[in-house]
Design a binder for this molecule. Structure first.
Ligand code: ADP
Length: 485
């Protein structure tokens, strides 16, 4: 039984068909990102367990989708489970991801909001009758569940990324198979323990942990899986898309970004600096909506940099579960190495390192706030997501230059624009190629609105009605003689 006051981490077992399973003997370990300590051993499932999980979901699918009122009840119940266990779930997130506890609690509530919002969308899935009679028939339009949905999630929001997918899938009536990230499988496991207490019919949620590639391939190849919903790197998204091509499966891919944050000379610099800092510190800068390139109009670069520096000096860095910590460690030493590569490259290209947050010891993961001023347009930071608390400020001359630099990436997920001129804000938003543009705000997505990318940042949307429709197949039924009720 989890949560238990004695063991804060959930027992690790794969789950399908309504039962926890022993899984294979092989295990992989989960680390505390702060000190590298092993905190759990988790079954290393592969192809066979992945297929067994799908077969369990097929049984659920055969029984037919629950009525809309029933789906609403499930979704509300999942949201309530999150809300009743905010602290226990947050402790699991912090243990395996490293983010500060207050942030993890925010993630749990954020996750709950996706289930609540999906429940509110269900009336949109009622059978619709066309008002006229084309071809001499009454026509109905049904929102049918697409089939089994495979959900593959990343380490940065272990519970919220799952919520974005599971809420949409269940609203549409699709049973799911879940594979959490190897670095953070415990939050999803904890949720499965909670879902188990709801006594839902077997097969609606199934979870395997282990060999990412073997599991991904098995699901993309399985004919019953009709939707693959994935959040993670572009490289893996491309692999999944290729594996899904022969089966012509639906794909919802939320891939990496390279978010620009534009600050025009007429912006409120204090507000823009504060928004940037809160945006970039979330999950230690390891989110796909973190501002990766901060582009500042040349005449305000210095005053803006000073404001950011002042705010960063106050940031408390430490273990995620220590009181008052605002910035936890990076997920692992590999992540820290990537940040180091980006910082070294920017400095080699002429940026001034005004604050150096590099870990003191080799292999360390605790990267403090880092401020670079004078980012060169050709820097690595402009090409890849840094995934660390690096504030990289470059300068632009005018609006056309700013838009050109901001769009100089094959990615297009999030962007932010700060200006005192409303017409400019709207104009620039229209010119930016990305799915989310904050205007005088650096807030990320919300459950109520569709979120997703363009270009190499992905396909499809999560949140809002659009996030539910990713899992729906529309079926039109013209009613011939005797078919009309
Ligand atoms: P991140 O940088 O967030 O770790 P990844 O794309 O590597 O991004 O991982 C996101 C998810 O994709 C994780 O659940 C991971 O296990 C899974 N994954 C990684 N490699 C593969 C692969 N070759 N096939 C299928 N899934 C994969």
């Amino acid at each position: 039984m989890w949560p238990s006051p004695i063991s804060p981490l959930p027992p690790s077992s794969p789950y399908w068909g309504g039962h926890f399973r022993a899984g294979p003997e092989a295990r992989f370990v989960v680390h505390d990102p702060w000190d590298g300590r092993v905190i759990a051993e988790v079954p290393r499932c592969g192809h066979d367990e992945a297929v067994a999980a799908v077969e369990a979901a097929v049984v659920a699918l055969r029984a037919g989708p629950p009525a809309l009122v029933e789906r609403a009840r499930w979704l509300q119940a999942v949201a309530a489970l999150h809300e009743q266990h905010v602290e226990a779930l947050a402790r699991v997130i912090t243990a395996e991801n490293g983010k500060p506890l207050a942030e993890a609690e925010g993630e749990v509530r954020y996750a709950a909001s996706f289930y609540r919002d999906a429940a509110r969308r269900l009336p949109e899935l009622e059978v619709r009758r066309l008002p006229d009679r084309p071809r001499g028939c009454t026509w109905e339009v049904h929102a049918r569940p697409a089939g089994v949905a495979a959900l593959i999630t990343p380490f940065n929001f272990p519970l919220a990324m799952l919520a974005k997918k599971l809420a949409g899938a269940w609203a549409a009536g699709c049973p799911v198979v879940i594979k959490p990230a190897e670095k953070t499988p415990l939050s999803a496991m904890a949720l499965v323990h909670l879902l188990h207490t709801l006594d839902l019919p077997p097969g609606w949620f199934n979870l395997v942990t282990g060999e990412a590639e073997a599991i991904g391939r098995a699901w993309c190849a399985h004919p019953a899986v009709r939707v693959v919903s994935f959040t993670g790197s572009t490289a893996v998204g491309q692999l999944l898309a290729a594996w899904c091509a022969p089966g012509v499966k639906r794909l919802a891919l939320e891939l990496g970004g390279n978010a620009p944050l534009l600050v025009f000379a007429d912006a409120d610099l204090d507000a823009a600096a504060a928004e940037l800092v809160s945006n970039k510190l979330r999950c230690a800068g390891q989110t796909c909506v973190c501002a990766n390139r901060v582009l500042v109009q040349a005449e305000v670069l210095e005053p803006f940099a000073e404001r950011v520096q002042r705010l960063l000096r106050e940031v408390k860095v430490g273990r995620g579960d220590a009181p008052g910590v605002q910035l936890g460690p990076l997920i692992d030493a590999r992540g820290a190495e990537k940040v180091r590569r980006h910082v070294d490259d920017a400095v080699a290209r002429g940026a001034a390192l005004r604050l150096d947050g590099a870990p003191r010891q080799a292999g360390g993961t605790s990267w403090g706030p880092t401020l670079l001023v004078g980012l060169d347009r050709g820097a690595l930071i402009g090409r890849e997501e840094t995934f660390g608390p690096v504030f990289a400020l470059g300068s632009f001359a005018d609006e056309a230059d700013a838009v050109d630099w901001a769009n100089d990436t094959p990615h297009g997920l999030a962007a932010y624009v700060f200006s005192g001129d409303r017409a400019r804000l709207q104009r620039v938003a229209g010119a930016l190629r990305c799915g989310h543009v904050g205007l005088n705000t650096a807030t990320g997505p919300t459950a109520e609105a569709p979120f997703g990318g363009v270009g190499l940042s992905g396909l499809g949307r999560e949140g809002g009605l659009e996030g539910v429709l990713e899992f729906v197949e529309w079926q039109s039924t013209p009613l011939g003689p005797g078919a009309e009720g």
